[in-house]
Write a protein that binds this ligand. Structure first.
Ligand code: M6R
Length: 368
């Protein structure tokens, strides 16, 4: 049942190209994004004036990633909120608000309660879900299924990637309905997304050095993760993976926040993982993060730098460099997350932990 892999998580990491391809399949008819599993028509999408993404854990991180793309493509404000916080404040919702509830299991109690709250306020609710017939899609106005297949490992891997892709489809459908992108631009964005399963497959072949590094780091007390722009939620996701699997203190930070506090944590030998944007596509951000890498290295950190292939500028400041295939900036999380999954799994394995069933955690959190 593990298909020759030592754990379900290893198998699910390897299944990510298929999870992405299956989630995208059938959603573009040659001219239009088709969200055929949903019952929200283009007319309804056109009147949306605000988007909330509500979710927990990794699903929440998938929303944080998608915010950058959806705002860029649609010019709609997008708020991403932890479901457990959303429902206990008084969010401003009305008929023209689209609430996207993201959940692998479709049974997460806080996300379900957020859906109920949103519907009581007459917002329209679209579930992004990996489990057919589960409660969250049943109680939503519409559903867009991720087709990652069953995810058994407690740590979300392939479901997370599929959630990012599905959230992007929602963004493109909104851009199309609102006319903020021309049909041929929507087609080009979808084509770029469709190339990602190959880029993910290629990335998976590049990760043995990360496994090696992970084994060397297994005795560390803590690991920090830094990113900017879409690399920031990737950093948060990497830290969550490491906490839940390796029981290590891990924090993700927006690299721009370093000098506002976190840099005080840097000490000799502390591993710091940095998700670096493309120097060509995002030169300003790249030069800022380059100085962040130098700053932490100068204070003794051991740096694991995740960068685009051919980025020579980072190499001198990287104790370990992972080169990712070149992909469009907004899609980088779909490849940059992979080394972080492998890092967490491998550190946990070196420490002798069960990576499919970490202590204290359940696959689906059905109590608040
Ligand atoms: O089933 P859901 O997507 O609603 O689950 C949400 C979180 O519980 C889940 O992503 C959790 O954070 C994972 N264990 C992270 O790897």
């Amino acid at each position: 049942e593990k298909g020759g892999f030592p754990t379900f998580m290893d198998k699910e990491i390897a299944e990510q190209p298929a999870a992405l391809a299956d989630t995208l399949r059938g959603h573009f008819d040659g001219t239009h994004i088709v969200l055929d599993e949903q019952r929200l028509g283009e007319d309804e999408l056109r009147t949306v004036d605000k988007v909330f993404v509500v979710a927990c854990g990794s699903a929440y991180h998938s929303g944080l990633v998608a915010k950058y793309a959806i705002e860029h493509w649609t010019r709609l404000p997008v708020e991403v909120e932890l479901a457990s916080e959303f429902r206990y404040r008084d969010p401003v919702l009305d008929r023209d608000t689209l609430v996207v509830a993201v959940s692998q299991s479709g049974e997460t109690a806080d996300t379900l309660e957020a859906v109920r709250h949103a519907r009581r306020q007459r917002a329209r609710v679209l579930a992004v879900c990996n489990t057919n017939g589960s409660q969250i899609p049943r109680e939503s106005d519409a559903v867009l299924y991720t087709h990652a297949g069953p995810e058994i490992g407690v740590a979300s891997t392939k479901a997370f990637l599929a959630q990012v892709a599905a959230n992007y489809l929602v963004g493109l459908a909104l851009a199309q309905a609102r006319g903020t992108k021309y049909p041929d631009e929507v087609g080009r964005e979808f084509a770029a997304l469709s190339e990602m399963p190959d880029a993910v497959a290629q990335t998976l072949t590049l990760l043995d050095p990360v496994r090696q590094w992970a084994r060397e780091l297994a005795g560390s007390r803590a690991v920090l993760f830094l990113g900017r722009h879409v690399g920031y939620p990737v950093a948060l996701e990497g830290a969550l993976k490491l906490k839940e699997l390796a029981y290590m203190h891990a924090e993700g930070f927006a690299a721009g926040e370093l000098k506002h506090g976190p840099i005080a944590l840097i000490e000799e030998g502390l591993p710091v993982v940095v998700v670096t944007p493309s120097p060509k596509a995002q030169p300003m951000l790249h030069s800022k993060i380059l100085s962040n890498i130098r700053e932490v290295q100068a204070r003794g950190a051991r740096t694991l730098v995740i960068a685009e292939e051919g980025d020579d500028t980072v190499a001198p400041f990287a104790d370990m460099l992972v080169e990712l295939p070149r992909v469009p900036s907004l899609l980088q999380p779909l490849v940059a997350t992979l080394p972080l999954q492998v890092l967490a799994a491998e550190i946990a394995r070196s420490r002798g932990y069960d990576i499919d069933k970490p202590r204290n955690l359940a696959k689906s959190v059905t109590v608040e």
